[in-house]
Design a protein around this ligand. Structure first.
Ligand code: ZN
Ligand code: ZN
Length: 237
């Protein structure tokens, strides 16, 4: 079941004797655990004579794994999420009020409706009053003199406070992405360590129980549905 091989890989990776890429290549090149002779033998020994769920004593029985390994991608996402939470206070400090003001800028001068503030106006050359506010539901859509406002192009608003409130989370996420990128290698290193540890847990057969085929199928059902759902989502992209 290659427990010794995986343990050695884990130790080497922990010590920094190999890279996470090397460890990943080696562990994925190992045969599937359930194809090994040792596994089949151990499974025979571990299978009991009644189902752990429904207690039925008539076989056939299977050895159900109660522990499932996450995919490398899933582990990477978990590690990244933990890191994101750790980095958040630092990112919040990094993005200053001045940065936000800078990003919002001075705005462009635009003419606006004096009643509702909309910048969507039409000037009529031959009719009076000359201005028509295009905003639906404007209480005074016709007027003589527009007011001058600042329009914040990136945030699509004339309200400076609103523009700041839109800009802040945007700048935080940009800063976070930039910061996280520096940890790409560290994230994958940590994910490989966790993946190897999960693999050892799985291979140990410690987290198994005897199930009848029906109970095994029922328990695997959510996993099957999850898989199908993931596939479905992938196809949508
Ligand atoms: Zn059962
Ligand atoms: Zn208006």
């Amino acid at each position: 079941m290659h427990i010794a091989e995986v343990t050695t890989l884990l130790q080497k990776l922990e010590k920094g004797d190999i890279t996470w890429e090397q460890a990943l290549v080696e562990v994925t090149s190992l045969p599937n655990v359930w194809q090994t002779k040792e596994w089949k033998q151990k499974r025979q020994v571990l299978i009991g004579n009644f189902c752990a769920v429904c207690k039925i004593t008539e076989g056939p029985f299977v050895l159900q794994h109660l522990f499932h390994c996450d995919s490398f991608k899933e582990i990477c996402q978990t590690v990244k999420e933990e890191l994101r939470i750790q980095l958040l206070p630092f990112i919040r400090e990094k993005v200053t009020a001045a940065d936000v003001a800078d990003h919002v800028g001075a705005g462009e001068k635009r003419l606006a409706c004096p009643t509702c503030g909309s910048i969507s106006l039409r000037e009529r050359k031959t009719m009076y009053p000359p201005y028509l506010c295009q905003k639906k539901g404007c209480p005074m859509p016709m007027f003589e003199t527009p007011v001058s406002v600042r329009y914040y192009l990136k945030q699509k608003t004339t309200d400076r406070l609103e523009a700041m409130n839109i800009a802040l989370p945007f700048l935080l996420s940009v800063a976070m992405v930039t910061e996280l990128r520096k940890y790409d290698n560290a994230i994958q290193h940590e994910a490989t360590l966790r993946s190897l540890r999960q693999s050892l847990e799985y291979r140990s057969l410690k987290h198994t129980a005897t199930y009848c085929k029906i109970c095994a199928f029922k328990e695997d059902l959510p996993a099957i549905e999850r898989k199908e759902h993931a596939q479905f989502m992938q196809e949508l992209r």
